[in-house]
Design a protein around this ligand. Sequence first.
Ligand code: NAD
Length: 491
Amino acid sequence: MVEVKTAVRKLKNYINGEWVESKTTQYEDVYNPATKEIIARVPLSIKEDIEYATEVAKEAFEKWSKVPVSRRARILFNYHQLLQANKDELARLITIENGKNLSEALGEVGRGIENVEFAAGAPTLMMGDSLATIATDIEAANYRYPIGVVGGITPFNFPMMVPCWMFPMAIAVGNSFILKPSERTPLLAEKLVELFAEAGLPKGVLNIVHGAHDVVNGILDHPDIKAISFVGSQPVGEYVYKRGSENLKRIQALTGAKNHSIVLNDADIEDATSNIIASAFGSAGERCMACAVVTVEEDVADEFIAKLSEKAVDVKIGNGLDDGIFLGPVIREENRKRTLNYIEKGIEEGAKLVCDGRENAPENGYFVGPTIFDGVTTDMTIWKDEIFAPVLSIIRVKNLKEAIETANRSEFANGACIYTSNASAIRYFRENIDAGMLGINLGVPAPMAFFPFSGWKSSFYGTVHANGKDSVEFYTRKKVVTARYVEPTFE
Ligand code: NAD
């Protein structure tokens, strides 16, 4: 059983299988966003810390990459069992540091475990291709190899799932890994590494260096870190992609979003409104797959908005550890203030506030209630920016074509959903929408671990996505062997 420690304490880095104090003198407070209580202090590590971690990870790579993949996979199976056995404690910790409700946190743990499950298939996933007779007496085959030390930089909104998009597969295929968790949700990562060590992972293969931009820059610039997976906001992702690429590293950066849902006049409005409430306001809107905009056909718009508002009013706000709570806090006071500024801006720009999240939001944490704007247009800031909070914009449109043209104007293209019972409309949507992850009559079309997490446009920088077979591709390199065998001679 993993012990959940929530008393204020100074966190340490995890390097070479040990908890080591950072060389920094600077620490940042970590809050429980539902209570404003300080639950830990996270070190803002410096260059020396990342240098030490890289040296250790580089040395560990030499041995780990030579361990047969089937043996590596067995450690992943052990890890899977330990994560399952500890899932309630892991979920509780996510709720404490992130604020999402316990059932969402359990869902996140499940999603993380799914990645470990997928990575345990490394022996099959690492198989190459071969051709016995590519030319006369000549055959060719390719073999996959790990690439070395990999860095992972993660956001606050999924402290378990997003790191699990990265290190289980990277490690299963033979790399060593340095994780820099979000400085706003650094606690869960401690449990992830402790359980992996208990599962039998050798020292130095998985390391944590806590901190903020200095650690990120350290990872981006270190010549011995060969590949970097980043998940976070668009400006930081673009920066990571450019600087990392300039340093000749392999980079994948999954970034921001402004996901549109299209509601057509033949949709099941009851079902669509329930799904959209869950998608727009679940996890306080702090999901890269959250629904941020609804484009609804005008002949059902009044009915849709009335039903949606009714359901939004019923949403229970509070500490996600408490029974029946749906909507927890946003992550920090600055995020709450930023959200309130967007609400002001929406009003100022002429959108109609039909559900005001400023009313009745508890004040003992960083809460904002469900907020809905009608009459939004694509020149408004609330349509353009990723607000990343429980704020939903509604645009009334004439038809599906206009709905898709509206969505495609966004700089982001992570996910998009459609609610309809018309198969032709679904096909038209699939073929014409600019987004990498589509939902048909469902709210959060986040692909399971076995498929790539495939944002487009400014929602992704790189070539090969996270998860699915893309992750095997990203964390491996190939050798193609071409061989000639002369015909044997027989007596
Ligand atoms: P963020 O960009 O603030 O932070 C992400 C990581 O980058 C953190 O580890 C942070 O320490 C680091 N960082 C922040 N500022 C930096 C800087 N100036 N220089 C170098 N490093 C820096 O993101 P966040 O607020 O933690 O997470 C929310 C964002 O993540 C949203 O935009 C959301 O859409 C996005 N996100 C995207 C996906 C996806 O799959 N596309 C998934 C989850 C979250």
